[in-house]
Design a protein around this ligand. Structure first.
Ligand code: ADP
Length: 477
């Protein structure tokens, strides 16, 4: 098997490699991927630093052409790259192809944004002086990504970084190097000058930590766990460096008595269990008012019975495997915790066997949960959700907001009054009315509040806030 190497200063390098294993079939090695050392990482940072002056002054047309070419190639290869994604991460093929299309759309969007860079010219408060406000690239951006969106998250960080004239050192998650390698290869062939985009695959404790400790990164954008996010923050403050964090969620989905039951059940099933519950926007707290509670639980349980858990590549599968053995243990540990805390296991909870050896877990629903239980407060990141019974809308909103996180919040209701009030008062970066808490557009801001996020929003034109720095210039005319 050939080794997919790291890209450092425009050269593919690296001979030590690790196996990328398919969680739907642990006998299958998806590919061999190089493991970077601390020295490789330092070389990548040096290459990005050396490439910055020229790239930061490159023409916007050059950036447009490269980003557009990359978007076009990803779109043309969506089935092949989508299959690679499904094999390395375990989400089902339609979701994996959908994510690949989204990555292509993100590159197309930022190809357009490169041509729309603009500043402001305004009069000074002093006579005969003009003021110009412009955006400039930050410098070298460190990009550290998680395993749950192996192509979309790298795309929504790499595309704006390059669009605004930064150079990049990119470290994907250990479990999913395949899609990251594919997009770096595409961008490299699309004509990026050497050193502008460097790929260093490998361990967080080595590659990631070397990035955090480097004085030469002007910004780090991170998506992952709260614990690692805190390390990124502490190390970035030390180096007076800009940083952006997207971390966990414990997203509420409120269901009111007046909800359309089908809409509520579809939204809850999608939010809680699709993509194996492994989305930071997934909902694991279903907050349901008394009048609809029993009907909702019965209908959701009925729906869960119809969902097929199996190999991600099978066309009949609705839910693929959990990503690896460690995450499966976390999920089953939380299922035990939920039982011990006194929640009622209404559906699922068991590891299941399929034709291929993989990490298959039934979608799991608890009822009679309280918002104070650990299963309601801590992010599980698996196909596990709980129903919390509340008296009315006011208690539902208070419960929804009673969490350390604030990424996404959903409500199912036919009341304009409650929908409007919830949109204004939910303490979350994204609010969904009669829609799942997960599943967002690529051209508008993404991000949260409280313990979920730190720094400017990602995606859409708001991405410029992180990837540029503002300059104010005064001229005596
Ligand atoms: P998860 O537990 O979901 O894998 P992590 O926060 O550990 O979440 O991982 C997210 C990303 O952060 C991965 O690319 C991982 O390799 C990286 N990472 C882990 N530890 C560190 C660290 N000490 N410094 C920098 N990056 C790290």
């Amino acid at each position: 098997m050939t080794i997919h190497q790291n890209l450092i200063a425009g050269e593919w390098t690296g001979s030590s490699a690790v196996e990328n294993i398919n969680p739907s079939d642990t006998n299958e090695v998806v590919g061999l991927y190089a493991e970077a050392s601390a020295e490789d990482t330092k070389a990548a940072i040096a290459a990005a630093k050396a490439a910055f002056p020229a790239w930061s002054r490159s023409g916007i047309w050059e950036r447009h052409v490269i980003l557009k070419k990359a978007g076009d190639e990803i779109m043309a290869r969506k089935d092949e790259i989508g299959a690679l994604l499904a094999r390395e991460e375990g989400k089902i093929l339609p979701e994996a192809i959908g994510e690949t299309i989204r990555a292509a759309q993100i590159f197309e969007f930022f190809a357009g944004e490169a041509l729309r860079l603009a500043g402001e010219v305004i009069p000074s408060v002093r006579p005969n002086i003009g003021v110009e406000i412009t955006r400039e690239p930050l410098g070298v951006i460190g990009i550290i990504t998680p395993w749950n969106f192996p192509i979309a998250i790298p795309a929504w960080k790499i595309a704006p970084a390059l669009c605004y004239g930064n150079t990049v050192v990119f470290k994907p998650a250990e479990l999913v190097p395949g899609c990251s390698w594919a997009i770096v290869d595409i961008l490299h062939r699309a004509g990026l000058p050497k050193g502008v985009l460097n790929l260093v695959m490998g361990k967080g404790s080595i590659v990631g930590q070397t990035m955090l400790d480097s004085p030469d990164l002007s910004g780090i954008t991170f998506t992952g766990s709260t614990g690692t996010g805190k390390r990124v923050a502490a190390a970035s403050l030390e180096h007076n460096r800009k940083f952006q964090l997207e971390m966990g969620g414990k997203n509420p989905m409120v269901v009111l008595d007046d909800a359309d039951l089908n809409v509520a059940v579809e939204a809850a099933a999608n939010s809680g269990f699709f993509s194996t519950g492994q989305r930071c926007t997934a909902s694991s707290r279903l907050i349901v008012t008394e009048g609809i509670h029993d009907k909702f639980v019965a209908a959701l349980t009925e729906k869960l019975q119809t969902l097929v858990v199996d190999n991600a590549l099978k066309p009949t599968t609705n839910i693929g495997p959990v990503v690896d053995a460690r995450q499966l243990k976390t999920d089953t540990d939380y299922i035990e915790i939920g039982k011990q805390e006194g929640a009622k296991l209404a559906f699922g909870g068991e590891i299941i066997k399929r034709e291929t050896p993989g990490f298959f877990l039934q979608p799991t629903l608890f009822t009679e949960a309280t918002n104070q239980m650990r299963i309601s407060r801590e992010e599980i990141f698996g196909p596990v959700a709980s129903v919390i019974r509340v008296k009315d809308y006011d208690e539902a909103l208070a419960t929804a907001n009673d969490t350390p996180f604030g990424l996404s919040a959903g409500i199912a209701t036919t009341s304009l009054k409650h929908a409007t009030h919830f949109k204004r008062n939910a303490e979350a970066g994204m609010v969904m009315v009669n829609l799942p808490t997960a599943g967002v557009d690529f051209h508008v801001p993404f991000g949260g509040r409280k313990g979920s996020s730190y720094g400017p929003r990602e995606q859409g034109k708001y991405a410029a806030e992180f990837y540029t720095t503002v300059k104010t210039a005064y001229t005596l005319a």
